[in-house]
Design a protein around this ligand. Structure first.
Ligand code: 2P0
Length: 339
């Protein structure tokens, strides 16, 4: 075991956000972070999170830094709770120094918690000497944020909601890759507002599950959507994938709008971009929109159409910043030693 004088090696992990084409919205177990429904996503090649973890036997407490500043309040607590979970699995007790850099605006509905907890899970597990298989790593990342389970893998990824309760549910809820060789679309991201959201997704999904009369029917139809999108992915049929993804996202937002009080993440600029997407389709361009817990819009299209889609989006929401992503890598360790 290390002494106070020893300095543990720093471990750095990189993870990218993912965008769900079939959304997760609602937990059946908040403590174990078990979702109600299966979800399916595309891991992106932009906006990485880079997280370094080092155990620090002599430190009085965990030291958590987010983008260079000490984390406080709930964000810090979520990281400390997660470190406790990893330390418990590894039988370790040392405080940790955690440094996280997010290339994506935090808390703006651009999946920073997905890349954040996927990177933290890998870095913290490795720093504690745990060598987890990818499935186990995705289960662990899920305990930080359900969407993080998906960022463990590259490309298209399915997250199982699983069945049962307690340990059985924990074991049954994990992500796995959905191999779709040759399907490499673009996702044009329209950042209409990069500010933090008014209602956290955690609070919003709880309110939706508890009060929206539409929730159950969305959850049921989401299961059908998943079946259809998997078949569409196997065919490499972008139009079918996009149609299902767009209706799944709009259905999720409809359930939120029916919550009491309503949760509304979509803004006038969001709707303007959605109109732009409709115009593109009327002109024969395969373009389909999805939105998460925020006003930003992600448009799925063929790579050859990405420049035209980006131009349409910019014209629809002047001032928004636009970035084109593709499918990206799963979480991985970065070869690096440090102190
Ligand atoms: C998703 N979202 O499937 C859905 C669609 C937003 C809309 O996962 O409470 O940060 O940490 O599990 O994962 C955003 O919620 O929430 C999310 P927690 P998370 O990508």
């Amino acid at each position: 075991m290390p002494t106070d004088q020893q300095v543990e090696a720093a471990v750095t992990a990189v993870a990218h956000p993912n965008i769900a084409l079939i959304k997760y919205w609602g937990k059946r177990d908040e403590r174990l972070m078990i979702p109600y429904t299966d979800s399916l996503s595309m891991t992106l090649d932009v906006y990485p999170t880079i997280t370094t973890v080092r155990l620090s036997p002599a430190a009085p407490a965990d030291d958590v830094r987010l983008d260079g500043a000490p984390a406080e309040g709930e964000p810090r607590q979520r990281v400390v709770d997660f470190l406790d979970l990893v330390r418990g699995m590894a039988g370790r007790g040392e405080p940790a120094v955690v440094d996280t850099r997010n290339a994506v605006p935090t808390g703006a509905g651009l999946a920073s918690s997905a890349s954040g907890f996927a990177a933290l899970a890998l870095a913290a597990a490795a720093a504690c000497g745990l060598d987890l298989a990818p499935t186990a790593l995705s289960r662990l990342a899920r305990r930080g944020s359900v969407s993080a389970a998906r960022s463990v893998f590259e490309g298209f990824v399915l997250c199982h909601a699983g069945r049962g309760a307690g340990t059985a549910a924990d074991l049954a809820s994990y992500a796995e890759p959905v191999p779709v060789p040759g399907f490499d679309p673009a996702l044009v991201i329209a950042l209409v507002n990069a500010g933090p959201k008014a209602v956290s997704s955690r609070a919003a999904m709880r309110r939706t599950v508890e009060t929206s009369p539409l929730y159950r029917s969305w959850a049921t139809s989401s299961g059908h959507d998943l079946f259809e999108i998997r078949a569409a992915l196997r065919r490499g049929d972008l139009d079918a994938v996009g149609e299902v993804a767009e209706r799944n996202a709009l259905g999720m937002h409809a359930t939120m709008l029916a919550a009491r009080p309503a949760v509304r993440y979509l803004s006038p600029a969001t709707v303007a971009v959605l109109d732009g997407v409709l115009r593109l389709r009327a002109d024969g361009v395969s373009a389909y929109a999805t939105m998460d817990a925020g006003p930003n819009v992600k448009v799925l299209c063929h790579q050859a159409d990405a420049a035209r889609v980006a131009e349409t989006v910019r014209a629809a929401a002047p001032g928004c910043s636009v970035l084109t992503a593709r499918r990206g890598p799963g979480s991985h360790l970065r070869a690096e030693t440090g102190q």
